[in-house]
Design a protein around this ligand. Sequence first.
Ligand code: GN1
Ligand code: MG
Length: 383
Amino acid sequence: MSDKMLKQQLAEVCEQFRIPGTLVWYKQKKSGNINTTYQVMVQDMTPKGPVETGYVVQKINNYVFKNPEEMMHNIDLVTQHILKKKKERGVIGRRYRLHFHHTEDGKNFLFSEKGGEFWRLMNCIEDCVGFDESSDPKVLFMAGKAFGEFQMNLSDFDAEQLVETIPNFHNTRLRLETFFRDVELDECGRCAEVREEIETIRGLREIGCKLTDMLAAGELPLRVTHNDTKSNNVLLDKTTLEPLVVIDLDTVMPGLAMHDFGDAVRFAANTAAEDEADLSKVSLDLDLYRAFAEGFIGAMVSSLTQKEIDTMALGAVTITIELAVRFLNDYITGDKYFKVVYPGHNLIRARSQLALVKDMLSKYDDMNRIVQEVAEEYRTAKA
Ligand code: GN1
Ligand code: MG
């Protein structure tokens, strides 16, 4: 689509969401492997003169999210609940609030029959920053605090109200079964070149399934979790780095605290990008890992069970295995799920995740020790 056509389309979306004024510019955001996100600026003529307001417009990927309408209903319930909890704690103001705008007929999404597209539009948070990467422990601490508080805010939310937007999202046993079935099918003929990776995954199968099995055996509490805790999904104050809001609520569903912890450290405590091709750069930074643990466990310590603490590090290993499996599965089935920037991108991602798992396993004792130390520190502070 040409720039002009896209601008026109975004202007129409803004109009449908009853945003007053004219769209002056738009910019596509690079982050996000599923939905397509635009930052837009709208200028409105007011009695005091022209006023410019920014918004975030997103096109939902409805190959991945089969029922965006139900997903938006989840988000409505969750954002309202969090807002109420924040108000009770005196955390008030537009910058702490994720707000989706509504169309004329009161919906927080727009479905365009013409292109079969789903859109949503939300407010911009002023003076905030989201990190794709950072080597500053304070950023990791604040991100941990934000995701920990997020779960705490939802601890009294009735999970029965939520629709599972992607069923079995972190069911690694099922993910692995699907993967080995697709390896057998080899529909794109790509398996021969990734035999080594397939065998590595076979070797990781048991450890990857542990948490799923413990959950099935009723050994772990099911909470309402975020399920996609990349550091760029929390917005922090530009100056103080205090958490403002947690975003990307598409996969808020019943889940495990350890998966949220694990996914966050997989992404943010990695010394390299998720899709780094030079595997010698990939490793888990234990200082950043500790910083995230301090924020996350610090916020949740009163509610975490000992079993959850004991399996926190396992959560990191599990989610990293899961992502390796998901990326490689997408590669061998023709790159239908994750956006790819170049051919073989999913394979590079998978290799990078496998390198991270290897590094994590070599540091596993330290990872466990750090979590226990942090839990102890915060328990003592609370007592
Ligand atoms: C996807 O699009 P994004 O970056 O928010 C994916 C996550 C993965 C992540 C890996 C719905 O999230 O599960 O961890 O890519 N989201 C979905 O970068 O599958
Ligand atoms: Mg996401």
